[in-house]
Design a protein around this ligand. Structure first.
Ligand code: GLA
Length: 706
C-alpha cells in the first residue's frame, strides 16, 4: 500500500518539500542558490506553520560567520566549513559541486530532488521515502556522471546518504553504541561536545566497536518522555557519521558508507547509489524511539517478521572444533528433548577444519567426522522434528586450504604489503565477480545437498591491506564486497524460500538495517554470560527488536567470564530475545535438563509477546532492571526481571510498570492474584525476588474485566 499522497508533498512555487509520518513532520526548502536546505524535523506542523518558518541563517553578519543554512547534503563549495557530505574532484582538478535545482519527482511516497552541477557533467538526486505506519524517513543519494564518453572521470571522495539537522536547543546529548568483541552494543549517553564527533567503522564490517545508530536529545529525555532524534544507516561495511555542534549551538550530522579516504571513480554514464540512512523523531523518550524503530524493522525491513523465531540449539560452546556425527547426534537428541526447534551444526564440520588454522574455504564435510556426509545428521535432526542449520563463513579462507592453494589471488591483498592474518584467516574479495559466483554456487549447493533450513553466516575478521591487484579503482572493494554479500543472501533466499539466515560476525559485528533486510536474526555476541548480556541486550534493543536478538543459555561457569550463575537466571535473561540453547547438554544433570525443558515451554508461552509485542525497558531500585513485553492490543504482558547483585540483602522496591493501563485490572495467572492497574502504574509490583545474587523472575499479567 503506497502512503497517502499527502505523506510527501513538494510545492514547486515555494520550493518546499514536506514529509509527514504519523507522529512527525520533516520539511526542507530549496534555497535561491539551488541547494536544498533543512527547515524542520520534529513535532507535527501544518503547512501554514511551516511556511512561516525561516531557514536558520547565520548568527552574525561577518565574513567569518557567513555559513549558509544547513544543507540536506553539504557540497564542498560556498562558505561551508562543516563536514562535507559530498566531496568530488573533476578531471581538471576542481573540487566541489555547485548546484542548480533541476526539478523533482514524486511517486509512491518517494521524493527525488534533482540537482545538476552548474559547470560539470554531474547530477545528484536527494531521495526521501516515507512508508505507511512508520515514523521513519528513509533518505539516500544517487550520483551520476552525465558526461559523454570522452569526458574525464569524476573522483568521488565522499558520498553521504544524508545530512540531518536538529533544531536549536541549549544543549544536546548523544546516545550511541560502542564496544568490542564480547562486549558489543554498550550504550553511551554523553553530552555532545562543541566539536565534530566521528562515529565510524574502518573494518569493512558494520563492526563490534561502533554501530551506525545514534540518538540525540537535549539532555532531559528518559525512557518515557522527551524529544529524541535518532538515525540508523543501512550498511554492512565501513561507514562514517560525523556529528557536529558549533559554538552557537547549530547541531547536525552527516553520514554514509565508507570511512575517510575511500575513493570511487565515476566514468561517463556511471552512477553511485548510497545505502539508506533512516531517521525518526519522537516526543515519547528513548523507549518510544526504540519501539518506533522496532515497528519500522517489522513492517519495512525484515523479510519474515511475522514468523516465530525457532528455539535454536547450537553446538559451538559444547563441542568447539571437536565435531563428529555421533557427538552431534547425541546433542541433537538431548536438544529435541528440551524443546529445541532448530539444530545448528557450527564450525568444524568441513574441509580439514580441526582448528581455526585450516580448512576455511573448503566447504565439503570433513570425512573423518562425517564419513557419510551430513545427510545422516540432517535427516535425524529432521526426524526429531527440528530444522537443520549449518554454520558457514563464506567470505574467509585459511592459507591452509585447497581453495587458497588454487586461488591465492582471490584474497583481499596488496602484493607489496604483508597480508595480515587475523584468526589465521584472510578475506576473500567478493568484489571480484568470479569469487562472488563461487560463493553463491557453494552455498546454493550446500543448501540443496544437505537439506539446510538455516545458515549461520559468520565473518570473523575485518579488512586489512585493502588491495585489489590490477584494478584501477581498488577502493571499490569497500563497497563492492558488502554489496556482494547482500546479493548472495538475496539470491539464496529467492531460490530457497524456506531458507532462514542468521547474521553473525564473531557475534554482533554485522548488525545493521541492511543485513536485517535479508536475514532473520543476529548472533548478538559471543559473550553468553547472562550478567554481561543484560547490558549488551539493553544497547541492542535501542534499535533492534527482540525477535532478531539471538540469545543462548550456555554452561555455567561461563566460558567467557568464568562466572557461575543459576540456570533459571540464564534462561530469564535469554528469554528476552530469540531464545536458544548453547551448552554442552551431555554434562547437564537430569534435574537441570528437566528445569530447562520447563523453561523452554514457558518461553513458548511468552514468545508471541517477546517476538511480536511492544517492548519497554525498566529500571527499578536495588540494582533491578527489567524488560516488559506487551501484546499489541495491551491484553497480555510478560515482565522479565533481573537483579545480578544483591544489595544489602534487601528486597528491591516494587517495580513500577508505566506501560500498563491504570484503569484496567491484571491477573497474574501463575500466582492467581489480580492487581489493579493504578497500583501497578503508580506504586508498582512487589517483586519477591529469591535471595542472593543472580535473582530473576518472569511475571505474566493478563488484562481482565473490571
Ligand atoms: C564466531 C561465532 C561463534 C562461532 C565461532 C566458530 O566466533 O560468533 O558463534 O560460530 O565463530 O568459529
Amino acid at each position: 500500500m503506497p502512503p497517502t499522497s499527502s505523506a510527501v508533498s513538494f510545492d514547486a512555487a515555494r520550493g518546499l518539500a514536506v514529509l509527514r509520518t504519523p507522529n512527525s513532520t520533516y520539511a526542507l526548502r530549496v534555497g535561491v542558490d539551488g541547494s536544498p536546505r533543512h527547515l524542520h524535523w520534529g513535532a507535527v506542523l501544518d503547512t501554514a506553520a511551516l511556511t512561516g518558518l525561516t531557514v536558520a541563517a547565520s548568527p552574525a553578519a561577518s565574513s567569518f560567520e557567513a555559513d549558509p543554512a544547513p544543507d540536506e547534503l553539504a557540497p564542498q563549495t560556498g562558505a561551508r566549513f562543516g563536514p562535507a557530505g559530498l566531496q568530488v574532484r573533476f578531471a581538471d582538478g576542481t573540487s566541489g559541486a555547485q548546484w542548480n535545482f533541476a526539478g523533482h519527482t514524486l511517486q509512491d511516497g518517494e521524493l527525488r530532488l534533482q540537482l545538476t552541477d552548474r559547470h560539470y557533467p554531474l547530477a545528484a538526486r536527494l531521495c526521501y521515502r516515507v512508508r505507511p505506519g512508520s515514523d521513519v524517513i528513509e533518505r539516500w543519494t544517487e550520483l551520476t556522471h552525465t558526461g559523454t564518453a570522452d569526458a574525464g572521470p569524476i573522483t568521488v571522495d565522499r558520498l553521504d546518504s544524508a545530512a540531518w539537522t536538529a533544531p536549536a536547543r541549549p544543549d544536546y546529548r548523544l546516545s550511541h553504541l560502542a564496544g568490542g568483541w564480547n562486549s558489543e552494543f554498550q550504550l553511551h549517553r554523553d553530552r555532545l561536545p562543541v566539536a565534530e564527533t566521528v562515529l565510524t567503522s574502518r573494518r569493512g564490517l558494520t563492526s563490534h566497536h561502533a554501530n551506525p545508530w545514534l540518538a540525540l536529545d537535549d539532555g532531559t529525555a528518559d525512557e518515557e518522555h522527551g524529544e529524541v532524534w535518532s538515525t540508523a544507516l543501512a550498511w554492512s561495511g565501513s561507514w562514517r557519521i560525523t556529528v557536529h555542534r558549533d559554538p552557537v549551538g547549530r547541531t547536525g550530522w552527516t553520514g554514509g558508507f565508507g570511512h575517510e579516504g575511500v575513493r570511487w571513480t565515476l566514468r561517463p554514464g556511471e552512477s553511485l547509489h548510497t545505502p539508506v540512512f533512516a531517521g525518526l523523531y519522537t516526543s515519547g523518550g528513548f523507549g518510544a524511539a526504540s519501539r518506533a524503530w522496532h515497528t519500522h524493522l517489522r513492517s519495512c525491513v525484515l523479510p519474515a517478521p511475522e514468523q516465530d523465531r525457532p528455539v535454536v540449539y547450537n553446538s559451538w560452546e559444547a563441542t568447539g572444533f571437536e565435531v563428529d556425527q555421533a557427538g552431534q547426534l547425541r546433542l541433537a537428541r538431548l536438544a529435541a528433548g528440551l524443546g529445541a526447534e532448530l539444530f545448528v551444526l557450527d564450525d568444524g564440520w568441513f574441509g580439514r577444519r580441526t582448528s581455526d588454522r585450516s580448512g576455511l574455504g573448503d566447504w565439503t564435510p570433513r570425512p573423518e567426522a562425517f564419513p557419510d556426509g551430513l545427510r545422516p545428521l540432517a535427516d535425524e535432526v529432521h526426524r526429531l522434528g527440528m530444522a537443520f542449520g549449518l554454520w558457514v563463513e563464506p567470505e574467509m579462507v585459511n592459507r591452509d586450504s585447497d581453495l587458497y592453494r588454487a586461488h591465492p589471488d582471490w584474497v583481499v591483498h596488496a602484493p607489496t604489503r604483508d597480508a595480515t592474518e587475523l584468526r589465521h584467516q584472510l578475506m576473500l574479495n567478493f568484489g571480484r565477480p568470479e569469487v562472488e559466483g563461487w560463493a553463491h554456487r557453494t552455498l546454493d549447493r550446500l543448501v540443496r545437498e544437505h537439506d539446510v533450513d538455516w545458515l549461520k553466516w559468520d565473518a570473523n575478521r575485518g579488512v586489512t591491506e585493502a588491495g585489489w591487484a590490477g584494478h584501477p579503482d581498488p577502493d571499490r572493494l569497500w563497497i563492492d564486497h558488502p554489496r556482494a554479500v547482500h546479493r548472495i543472501m538475496d539470491r539464496l533466499r529467492a531460490d530457497h524460500p524456506g531458507l532462514r539466515i542468521e547474521a553473525c560476525a564473531g557475534g554482533g559485528g554485522r548488525a545493521d538495517l541492511a543485513v536485517l533486510a535479508r536475514t532473520d536474526q543476529i548472533w548478538t555476541s559471543d559473550n553468553t554470560d547472562p550478567v554481561d548480556r543484560i547490558a549488551i541486550q539493553h544497547g541492542f534493543s535501542q534499535l533492534f527488536p527482540a525477535q532478531v536478538m539471538a540469545a543462548w543459555v550456555t554452561d555455567s561457569p561461563n566460558t567467557t567470564t568464568g562466572r557461575t550463575t543459576p540456570l533459571r537466571f540464564r534462561f530469564h535473561v535469554a528469554m528476552a530475545g530469540a531464545l536458544g540453547l548453547g551448552g554442552d547438554l551431555t554434562g547437564w544433570s537430569e534435574a537441570e535438563l528437566a528445569e530447562a525443558a520447563a523453561l523452554v515451554a514457558r518461553y513458548r508461552q511468552i514468545r508471541p509477546l517477546v517476538q511480536h509485542g511492544r517492548q519497554h525497558r525498566l529500571t527499578g531500585g536495588g540494582g533491578v532492571t527489567a524488560v516488559h513485553h506487551a501484546s499489541e492490543d495491551g491484553a497480555d504482558h510478560a515482565v522479565l526481571v533481573w537483579r545480578p547483585v544483591t544489595r544489602f540483602g534487601h528486597q528491591p522496591p516494587a517495580l513500577v510498570l508505566p506501560a500498563l493501563d491504570p484503569t484496567a485490572r491484571y491477573l497474574d495467572p501463575d500466582e492467581g492474584i489480580v492487581h489493579s492497574g493504578v497500583v501497578l502504574t503508580r506504586y508498582g509490583l512487589e517483586l519477591r525476588l529469591p535471595p542472593g545474587d543472580h535473582a530473576s523472575r518472569l511475571i505474566r499479567l493478563r488484562r481482565v474485566a473490571p
